[in-house]
Design a binder for this molecule. Structure first.
Ligand code: ATP
Length: 251
């Protein structure tokens, strides 16, 4: 797609980053990032601490405007395009919840901002993950809040869904259930999913593509299987092995 009008297909939208550069007072968080996330594919955005993953996630979701370059979602710039921003959802370590208000206020907000947000699906997802939403979001523990945000993001049924360390704080059972629910929802309604997590061993099985960031630059992209095979020495490499090898080479 190259027109300004978003496509209405249900398979998820392509995300293309062209020369995306972001700086914070002397720190270059992203340095000319050129990368494409394929539509309808689950891609892992991986990298060591400070690599720029969260900054890239925020640029894709139009929470942050790159100093240079641009992010194209479904072929057109995402920045200040409500038809696109409403269909790119980012769940991270902070979220859209209205902490000190009853949960229904957050659900009302999601319904007004996200065209395909489904309240019943949200309730169903929290039950499947085993995370009761509680009376108010600010009374949730770290892990409960993470599961709450993950369920909100999936219930938005957005064409582009970004999960940035959404697993952080979830206990092992919640992480396993969330992973299962993520796949079930993806199969039920395919969309473009970008997953950033340091728990690579736990998420790597669901990743089809991988983008490796290092010091604000793209070190490698490709299918997860290709990258694992390329870095295998006698035994099949894990994504942690791939990340270690690539970032050592780049030192
Ligand atoms: N608001 C900010 N102000 C100043 N520097 C920032 C800010 N946000 C990020 N940075 C810097 O930008 C760089 C990239 O940070 P970012 O959070 O995107 O990395 P990350 O890959 O998500 O890291 P982690 O895996 O540790 O969460 C880091 O050097 C970080 O210190």
């Amino acid at each position: 797609m190259t027109t300004g009008r978003p496509s209405t297909g249900r398979g998820g939208w392509e995300v293309r980053c062209e020369g995306v550069t972001c700086r914070y007072d002397g720190t270059t968080a992203l340095d000319g990032v050129d990368v494409t996330f394929r539509p309808g594919v689950i891609t892992g955005l991986v990298g060591r601490n400070g690599a720029g993953k969260s900054t890239l996630a925020r640029c894709i979701a139009a929470w942050e405007r790159p100093r240079d370059g641009r992010v194209l979602v479904d072929g057109a710039p995402v920045w200040e395009d409500a038809g696109r921003t409403s269909r790119v959802v980012l769940a991270g370590t902070s979220g859209p919840e209205v902490g000190d208000q009853p949960v229904r206020v957050t659900l009302d907000l999601m319904e007004s901002l996200r065209p395909d947000f489904d309240r019943d699906l949200f309730q169903d997802l929290t039950a499947r993950i085993g995370a009761e939403p509680g009376p108010r979001p600010n009374r949730l523990s770290t892990g409960q809040a993470a599961a709450f945000r993950g369920a909100l993001a999936l219930a938005a049924q957005a064409e582009v869904t970004i999960l940035d360390e959404v697993h952080l704080g979830m206990d092992a059972v919640s992480r396993r259930r969330f992973g299962r629910v993520l796949l079930e929802e993806y199969v039920r309604r395919p969309r473009t999913i970008i997953v950033s997590s340091h728990l690579l061993d736990e998420v790597e099985d669901v990743l089809e593509d991988v983008v490796v960031l290092h010091r604000g630059r793209v070190l490698a992209t490709g299918s997860a299987d290709e990258l694992r095979e390329r870095h295998s020495r006698g035994r099949l490499a894990s994504l942690t092995d791939v990340l270690e090898a690539l970032t050592e080479e780049a030192r």
